[in-house]
Design a protein. Structure first.
Ligand code: AFP
Length: 299
């Protein structure tokens, strides 16, 4: 059984350090989950109440990433503005959603960590410039899915017995040819007529609706079963809910490496040049035929 530590040896050594730094925190984060379900009493940059666990998870991951000495800048949902490495070290910019799906903490539903990695001089650059993206899913089984151009998309399973490492579950993952599921974000009363048209089409094709309220979990099931995850533009909220830089871009990179496609209803999300680390975007990810149909509905 190949371990994550062995698998990442194929990568640039600095990039491998970023992946293993986050992966090595899983036991620490997992063991804190039951103890930190309350509010921290502060708000993040989006005006949302921060849960104690969000704040704590952000701090431990940021500390570990900075310690690698290969990270120049961190853009995190919980930090508001990009954080430069105080030692002036590093060449990578890492985008971080430390605890995606944090409103699922109270209800004990899925949540995870989403990471995107860039190696550009500019801090804010298009998603297509990512060199790697990965996520941790703290589910009944904890998994780490990472993608690079060289390795494709690979899933690792956290070993519980006598090891802190992850072991290869699925290598070079590809979306199934025919999608089975759709995850539909936002209240249907706020959906645009174009999106309603697409949903009617997808339902008529026999796709089933499954939605858990954490991007990590809702995307992960699409990677397995195929279909489409959407958090669309909404009436009164044309940019939808999800964040371009820290949420949409890493998952879009992964879905493309798995043979799927992404869209912001006009074109690929990965082509959008961000102007603000916190900007939002409509996001749709999944099988290419469904993304094509979605864009036709919006034309
Ligand atoms: P929280 O981290 O505030 O729970 O938001 C999670 C999220 O950004 C993303 O993980 C989900 O896909 C989406 O929001 C769920 O939003 P709804 O609660 O509107 O379904």
């Amino acid at each position: 059984m190949e371990s994550l530590n062995e698998h990442v040896q194929e990568l640039d050594a600095e990039l491998a350090k970023i992946i293993t730094a986050v992966a090595s925190l899983t036991d620490r984060i997992h063991s804190e989950l039951p103890h930190r379900r309350g509010m921290a009493g502060t708000k993040n940059v989006f005006g949302e109440d921060q849960k104690a666990l969000d704040v704590w998870t952000n701090d431990v991951i940021v500390e570990a990433l900075m310690k690698t000495a290969v990270v120049k800048t961190i853009i995190s949902e919980e930090l508001g503005q990009p954080l430069e490495n105080p030692d002036g070290n590093g060449t990578y910019t890492v985008t971080l959603d430390p605890l995606d799906g944090s409103s699922n903490i109270e209800s004990n539903n899925l949540f995870g960590t989403i990471v995107g990695v860039h190696k550009e001089k500019e801090t804010l650059t298009t998603g297509k410039n990512q060199v790697c993206a990965f996520y941790n899913l703290y589910g009944p089984i904890t998994t780490l899915v990472y993608a690079t151009k060289k390795t494709g998309v690979n899933e690792f399973v956290k070993h519980r017995k006598g090891s802190t490492d992850y072991f290869l579950g699925r290598e070079n993952m590809k979306l199934p040819d025919k999608g089975k599921l759709m995850g539909l974000g936002g209240a249907p009363k706020d959906w645009a007529p174009q999106y309603k048209k697409f949903v009617d089409f997808a339902m008529a094709q026999g796709l089933k609706v499954r939605y858990g309220g954490a991007f990590v979990g809702d995307f992960n099931q699409i990677l397995y079963y195929g279909g489409i995850f959407s958090y669309p533009s909404l009436v009164g909220k044309p940019q939808g809910k999800l964040r371009l830089v820290i949420e949409a871009n890493p998952m879009s990179y992964i879905v493309e490496k798995a043979g799927g496609a992404c869209s912001n209803e006009k074109g690929s999300v990965l082509e959008v040049k961000p102007t603000d680390p916190n900007q939002r975007t409509p996001i749709h990810l999944g099988n290419k035929d469904l993304i094509k149909k979605l864009e036709e509905c919006f034309r």
